[in-house]
Design a protein around this ligand. Structure first.
Ligand SMILES: Cc1cc2nc3c(=O)[nH]c(=O)nc-3n(C[C@H](O)[C@H](O)[C@H](O)COP(=O)(O)O)c2cc1C
Length: 326
């Protein structure tokens, strides 16, 4: 059945798009822990899609048996590129398309992509409409509260414009672009936007636990979780248990976590080849190797590995070092 934001299970539990992290291996790991999580790809350039750049198209690869529904996130500026990219993404078999209007990175903002679209609501709405023209898939937007400050009346009008242009869902990270990742995510303006829109709204920013997710949800249609999953992918299953019922006990010891790390590693090798797959796993190992005596020495070593065998060796060495109970 065709995916729709309106009819999907609520509250929605979404894995945030995170460039450099949420590749297919990361998403498959999350889905193996919590199948009800809805995963977004890393943000992907519409220009690269239109020009059929191999590297760009590879970024949109997903495992259709494990990753449904999959939301392809795109960014760019040129309207016709959004229309054409949307068509290609539908042909590639994705379930939905999300438009990045929140990335605050200098490189992205200086070329008028990402959060710089907050400066130009008409162009932002035209991008939504251009994307909708190219596809029958649901189109959504992920954005921030503003550029430098929060002007709630202005922000509500911005979101309404996106809704009128055809956006079927909006995800809001409760920070301005200027804040980058500083300060706290402010969810109050997100609740206010939701009161003024007809389409579903997802809140995002600083959800670290199931208690956070339940506490922050309020009138929203769902929550999106990003950085917390880097060191604790099991938080998605804890949140799902709190949202949908049931119980989940997350692994606590390194011994219990090890099979997940190995699975992530193997998925990374399967999807990117051994060298690149392991090199890209280094940062994930650094996140995972924490909380026991000697962890910093292992972290220093793990950033040099480049084969699956080396990865397995060092992980088993850690297991021997910490024992079954640490
Ligand atoms: C390393 C990293 C990469 C990110 N890449 C993207 C991206 O590609 N697209 C996007 O919309 N947001 C991106 N974000 C923002 C996250 O999706 C999310 O909005 C932000 O991290 C706040 O949520 P959190 O507190 O749960 O992490 C990225 C964040 C991080 C830390």
């Amino acid at each position: 059945m065709k995916f729709s934001w309106k009819n999907c299970t609520k509250p929605i539990l979404a894995l945030a798009p995170m460039a450099g992290y949420t590749d297919s291996a990361y998403r498959q790991l999350i889905k193996s822990i919590e199948p009800r999580a809805i995963c977004f790809t890393e943000f992907t350039s519409v220009d690269g899609i239109v020009y059929s750049s191999k590297k760009t198209l590879k970024q949109l690869d997903f495992n259709p048996d494990e990753e449904r529904p999959i939301v392809a996130q795109i960014f760019g500026k040129k309207l016709d590129h959004f229309t054409e990219a949307a068509k290609k993404i539908e042909e590639m078999g994705a379930d939905a398309i999300d438009l990045n209007m929140g990335c605050p990175a200098k490189k992205v903002v200086s070329s008028d992509h990402g959060s710089s679209l907050l400066k130009n609501p008409c162009h932002a709405a035209d991008i939504v409409a251009a994307t909708v023209r190219g596809t029958s898939l649901p189109v959504s937007v992920k954005t921030r509260l503003g550029i430098n400050k929060v002007d709630i009346e202005w922000f509500i009008a911005f979101c309404k414009k996106l809704e009128e242009a055809g956006a079927e869902l909006i995800t809001i990270h409760g920070r301005t672009a200027k804040q980058m990742y500083l300060g706290k995510s402010d969810w109050e303006p997100i609740y206010e936007v939701k009161r003024n829109l007809k389409i579903p709204v997802i809140g995002n920013g600083d959800v670290l636990s199931a208690a956070d997710a339940v506490g922050k949800l309020k009138n929203l249609d769902g929550v999106m979780v990003g950085r917390a999953t880097m060191s604790n992918p099991w938080v998605m299953a804890e949140i799902a248990a709190a949202f949908y019922g049931g119980e989940y006990t997350a692994p606590k010891t390194f011994a219990e976590k090890l099979p997940y790390l190995l699975k992530h590693c193997e998925l990374s090798v399967q999807t990117k080849g051994e060298n690149r797959g392991i090199v890209e796993m280094r940062k994930n190992f650094v996140q995972a190797i924490r909380g026991f005596d000697g962890a910093s020495e292992y972290r220093a070593r793990v950033v040099h590995i480049s084969t699956l065998e080396e990865a397995k060796r060092i992980l088993n060495e850690i297991l021997e070092h910490v024992g079954q109970s640490a």
